[in-house]
Design a protein around this ligand. Structure first.
Ligand SMILES: N[C@@H](CCC(=O)N[C@@H](CS)C(=O)NCC(=O)O)C(=O)O
Length: 213
């Protein structure tokens, strides 16, 4: 790379919450992005060469080809010098990273499938989010990471245990609503109705990939 990185290419399902994270960050940074629509579960020409599992979203940026949205955020934040990506204080930075890992490892999979073991840990998971929800939500990797998932829980699982448990925590729910209302998140969010219609297709693709994982 010569100091002017190539424009990022994101292969993604238009409604995917994980891809939404990346589009929100890039919108906030004012970075133009090329998008290629790849419905979850499909493997159009050229995808398998880049991603042997065929999973999306996928970021192609110069020599980097990666398929984990959390790592995409980190990569793009460094490339484009996102100053407020993480708090300066090490302890708070670690807590942001921890909350992001909890979201991806335990909470987000519940969009697609029930998990009794995760139910038992839900309160502990939400504590990890709520501890960070004391100040107003600002554009940072944590807010771009959590907000798209909070929107999908409300749209796709309005009566689900995660959605209900978050709503019962007023401070956390207000903070997540504020994160979802950040300009870059709102501007890159799909239409709620259309996205909910896409959910069945994404859930089916997700089940298929969990089965074969
Ligand atoms: N941990 C991944 C999750 C990616 C993911 O689950 N993608 C959804 C689409 S919203 C899916 O079902 N992918 C199935 C597939 O690509 O086969 C990330 O953060 O990027």
């Amino acid at each position: 790379m010569d100091g002017s990185p190539a424009r990022p290419l994101v292969l993604a399902d238009r409604g995917c919450p994980f891809a939404h994270r990346v589009f929100a960050l890039l919108a906030h940074l004012g970075v133009e992005v090329d998008c290629r629509e790849v419905p979850a579960g499909q493997q159009p020409d050229g995808l398998v060469e880049l991603s042997p599992s065929g999973r999306v979203p996928l970021l192609v940026h110069g020599a980097v080809v990666i398929g984990e949205s959390r790592v995409m955020l980190e990569h793009l934040a460094e490339v484009y010098g996102f100053e407020s990506s993480y708090p300066r204080d090490l302890d708070r930075r670690t807590l942001h990273r921890h909350a992001m890992a909890v979201m991806d490892g335990i909470v987000a999979p519940r969009l697609f499938r029930a998990d009794a073991a995760a139910d038992a840990r839900l309160s502990e998971c939400l504590d990890a989010f709520e501890h960070l929800a004391l100040e107003p939500p600002e554009p940072c990797l944590l807010t771009f990471h959590l907000a798209p998932l909070w929107l999908r829980f409300q749209w796709w699982r309005p009566e689900g245990a995660v959605t209900q448990a978050i709503r019962a925590r007023r401070t956390l729910a207000a903070w997540l609503d504020g994160a979802a209302a950040l300009a870059a998140v709102a501007r890159t969010a799909p239409d709620a109705g259309a996205n909910t219609a896409d959910f069945q297709r994404m859930a089916a693709a997700s089940k298929a990939s969990f089965r074969t994982a």
